[in-house]
Design a protein around this ligand. Structure first.
Ligand code: SME
Length: 177
């Protein structure tokens, strides 16, 4: 695993770190089509790559309750188990299907405080090859304004490359295309 970086990274260094990380993740997941394995690996590799990532992981659409997200693979302190669509940052990102960068969670209406140490966060929608919403990626930090457009671009690329081909097409082995 490559070295870890903190929140003081300059934008170009952070972009380079994301680019390298995207390749590392693709390499580790090559040939692995299991969704849980892919989600868990992304959560773990994000947590290891950026030391200011206090919480990194997924809230997934619950097939049994399609208006609700249920916690998926993550790294960090205990997370809330369920979040209704439209509630908090994760629920809003899922309902609106757009990336939300929140520099101060206290200022976000309806923010869900799973852990009081989280001060800022970025949440991105995760969609599959058919454009179906799988859930959201949530990354939290203990400092204010820890995330910016460089994080959004880097994480978007990782999500697109990791889940944009899922589920794998029939008859093409195990690797999502
Ligand atoms: N902060 C999120 C809740 C999830 S946790 O922080 C892990 C939100 O408001 O959606």
């Amino acid at each position: 695993m490559a070295e870890s970086f903190n929140a003081t990274l300059l934008p170009h260094a952070k972009a380079a770190r994301y680019a390298a990380l995207a390749e590392e993740i693709a390499s580790v997941l090559e040939g692995e089509a299991n969704l849980t394995a892919r989600l868990a690996t992304v959560a773990a590799m994000l947590a290891q790559a950026f030391e200011h990532f206090f919480w990194s992981g997924f809230y997934l659409v619950d097939p049994a309750r399609p208006d609700e997200l249920v916690v998926g693979p993550y790294q960090g302190a205990l997370g809330c188990l369920r979040i209704a669509f439209g509630r908090g940052v994760c629920g809003a990102a899922a309902a609106e299907r757009r990336t939300l960068i929140v520099p101060d969670v206290e200022a976000f209406p309806g923010h869900i405080a799973c852990d009081a140490r989280s001060k800022s966060e970025i949440v991105l929608p995760v969609t599959d090859r058919n454009g179906v919403l799988l859930g959201v990626l949530d990354v939290d930090a203990e400092t204010l304004a820890a995330f910016d457009e460089v994080d959004a671009e880097g994480l978007t690329r990782i999500l697109r490359e990791t889940f944009g081909g899922w589920p794998a097409g029939a008859g093409n082995g195990t690797s999502p295309q």
